[in-house]
Design a protein around this ligand. Structure first.
Ligand code: CTP
Ligand code: ZN
Length: 153
């Protein structure tokens, strides 16, 4: 997007999560646990025009540099996302999200009888498989709409 089309201002320091699948920006924030409660500045663009994707979302988090392991879980809902670490207004690093092998503590298992839903101190754990994610404890597979299984707690 050229500068005269910029909808969200450039940031000085922080992380820009770009090329997010249209409509997934708020799920990106939920997965990362970013809700503004720490006083961080967060800007979100939803369904902005993109040459590559047609429509995309974009998330800018100031004064926070996300790590590769923090962003990899985003591949489940935004596989095309590019992560830009910004320092003094310049893109200092550009990362791609990579599909992780395991997702721990982010999703909740849809099986009500699963040990992870039994008020036991057991963190949810899903193995990433070809067609979705598979609960390590009970084998339930979540295939579609993974964001609807975000762990609210
Ligand atoms: N950006 C920002 N603040 C800065 C620098 C960059 O918000 N100080 C944003 C840009 O608006 C863009 C993203 O970070 O959305 C990546 O910047 P850049 O690599 O310069 O843009 P492109 O070349 O368009 O990126 P790509 O090749 O990933 O499409
Ligand atoms: Zn389970």
């Amino acid at each position: 997007m050229s500068d005269h089309q910029l909808r969200v201002s450039k940031i000085r320091n922080g992380t820009v999560i770009d090329h997010v699948t249209g409509g997934q920006a708020l799920n990106v924030l939920a997965i990362l646990g970013i809700d503004g409660s720490a006083g961080e500045s967060v800007s979100v663009g939803v369904n902005v025009p993109s040459d590559r994707l047609g429509r995309k979302d974009i998330v800018k988090v100031e004064e926070r540099e996300l790590s590769q392991s923090e962003v990899d879980v985003l591949s489940l809902i935004a596989p095309e996302a590019t992560i830009n670490i910004i320092r003094e207004y310049e893109v200092a690093e550009k990362l791609r999200v990579e599909r992780p092998d395991l997702v721990t503590g982010v999703l909740s298992c849809p099986n009500h009888n699963c040990i992870t839903n039994a008020n036991e101190p057991v963190e949810s754990k899903f193995e990433v498989v070809d067609d979705g994610v598979r609960c390590t404890y009970c084998g339930t597979i979540i295939r579609k709409r993974i964001a609807e299984h975000l762990d609210a707690s």
